[in-house]
Design a protein around this ligand. Sequence first.
Ligand code: NIG
Ligand code: FE
Length: 396
Amino acid sequence: MSRVVWRNGRLATMAGDQPWGWIADGALVTEGERLLWVGEAEQIPDLDFDAEHDLGGAVVTPGLIDCHTHLVYGGQRAREFELRLQGASYEEIARAGGGIRSTVAATREAGEDELLALAQRRLDALLAEGVTTIEIKSGYGLSLESEARSLRVARRLRGADVRCSYLGAHALPPEFEGRQDDYVEAVCDWMVRLQQDGLVDAVDAFCEGIGFTPAQTRRVFETARRLGLPVKLHAEQLSDQGGTQLACEYQALSCDHLEYLSPEGVAALVASGTVATLLPGAYYFLRETKLPPVAALRAAGVPIAISPDHNPGTSPTLSLLLMLNMACTLFRLTPEEALRGVTVNAARALGLGDRGQLVAGQRADFCAWDIAHPNELAYYFGRNPLRRAVRAGKIR
Ligand code: NIG
Ligand code: FE
């Protein structure tokens, strides 16, 4: 296994008691896919190295983790954006058969290779900003065959580690009109098949007035539990359904959106150790005015993750760095909290304990940035200072 030393970095390890886990004059030693050692430059262990790299004084962070995306789909929804600007609401468009359903139609029409090409292009944009691990949801197929195709596409993507979430309970497909409970049964049956095919790492649902009821969500989560699959939830995005409390009964990895989260919901997150994933892009693009209860989450010590929530309806952005800025400007996170949200806490939102911090034993996923301090990552918006990304010990 090749052992490599990376000298002359300013490290935001996101570990330990120092703000940012800061090491002003630091170095890393990697061995194969792992970090063997991380620390002060003057304490580099006396070992033989197969190679040496000079980080040139760059700020080094853990590789960025996008813990919530809907990356695989056909078509786009710019016309829907226009309609919303003219006054139509997201819910009205959805209830009229547009919204998610229109993307389902476009996704079903697309071939697997076409979906792959589209999704790879989107992923490449995220990679260019330092993403090394990404979660990708299905949810625009809504039939066994089409959900399987989307998840297969997610598995075939190149350049980052991919975690797949099955989001069959995203919307009601037209062929199940008026038979929502039957659809939920189908979603559960398909889950068994998709898991057998190795396509599912976690199960997600959309618990909402225009999505699925808490009782239906529970049915999906019961099946996931029986199969040993972790769950997450699109919760309290447009209204307070108590989805968070429900998800926390199932020790959800994360509850996502949370604009309408209640104090009871905050308490449930604390009790189950569930991550609150905030999605400022969707908040912004829907011109939402109700803010997620960030101060309450912070006071309760709930880990907060941040993601662009890339999807064609509520957040067509492909910039994780822009979300760092928006998490600060719109949600009042600190720049350090925002970076935690796309590193250590995003790893936790995916149930991954082996990444998200620069510490010995973790995967050697890290980014070197042309900046002097990590707070600049949230400060610039629309500018990408990535110098290089290293994934599993290899320069990408
Ligand atoms: O995360 N709210 C549900 N799901 C997506 C939007 C899906 C869509 O509109 O296509 C979200 O916001
Ligand atoms: Fe989403």
